[in-house]
Design a protein around this ligand. Sequence first.
Ligand code: CTP
Length: 402
Amino acid sequence: MLKGKKILVGITGGIAAYKSATLVRLLIKAGAEVRVLMTQAAKQFVQPLTFATLSKNPVFTDFFNPENGEWHSHVRLAIWADLFIVAPATANTIAKIANGIADNLLLTTCLSARCKIMLAPAMDLDMYSNVATQQNLATLRNRGFLVAEAEDGELASGLSGKGRMAEPEEIFQQALQFLLQKNDFQGKKILITAGPTREKIDPVRFISNYSTGKMGYAIAEEFASRGAEVLLVSGPVQVKACNPNIKVLDVTTAEEMYNACLQNFPNCDGAIMSAAVADFTPETTADCKIKKDGNEMVIKLKPTKDIAKSLGKIKKENQVFVGFALETDHEADNAGKKLESKNFDFIVLNSLKDKGAGFGCDTNKITMFFRNGEVESFPLKQKTEVAKDIADKFLLQLKIKQ
Ligand code: CTP
């Protein structure tokens, strides 16, 4: 299954280190080539010999072999690997990786890695739920790290809760999923819009909305990971694109987003409009800060250009065009109308009435409406999983058209 795949396994100092022996065994049994890196603390839990025997390769712990002075190049290891799994990943190592600290061989290898890094956190429940750890994990997820979620259960401290390292079989499955993932968008160029737009009132104020861009960026990452060349036209957001197949075009206003989309759509195999474009913009933008004078203030707004509608008009037969509808009421009716009026092939509805759906959350609950009248509802999922469903349906449409 994994013949020809090269996997680096990093072991840090936690009691779950003994479970990583099973992980290495599973990887080797599946045909992968495995090399193991251990921190000094990890060696206090399991002997390097265990991993050397299982991986059939010497284990690296120091920059130099103290006996013969041989230099263990973190750069070479980092370039060699197709996947780097850090299991267990302690709170300390996670914090260091998140901050770019490089004070041991495992961390320098992380910093030099060109491949995907998967973390399998393992720690006590309070350390795990601590805001510092959670923020570090969120930062790393945003940078494209894979995280094999810690599990609920009995912990080494005798307490019980979330913090137990995922079982080796689970980490192995997630590694398999990543390593065997499809390249089914190879050669395709996809335009994606994401985030909000900002409509300027004066140099210090703007009109916008609560969009964070998480859904659009998750879609971009999914397409890019499956081989697509992604052009991401993005409003101002905090999230960052990680996959090198994603080219980000930063825009601020609806007008700028419109221009970027109109220019690039004709050369694409399709587009997904997930941006929350402001529908109105001030008729005039003041050059200087508007001062209060004790009276009411009225700002006259004019409609922005409907980007999706414009692209829908120039859409070619072989292009797949997908929209979003964020609704608060009469959801299905509104989504159906937008599907027709903007000439989408399908539209993805999310309702603000659904808990865990919409702006800012990491989850979403969607229903897709297709031109042939088909409707498909999906359960609440992580946005990364929702992105997979959207990409799968997009691919089906592309296959029908091309
Ligand atoms: N859209 C767009 N340009 C706009 C407004 C919306 O490209 N100026 C796109 C969105 O990215 C989304 C779809 O059109 O894919 C529907 O957006 P939505 O905000 O739900 O609907 P609107 O057309 O703006 O209608 P309303 O605000 O009245 O619901």
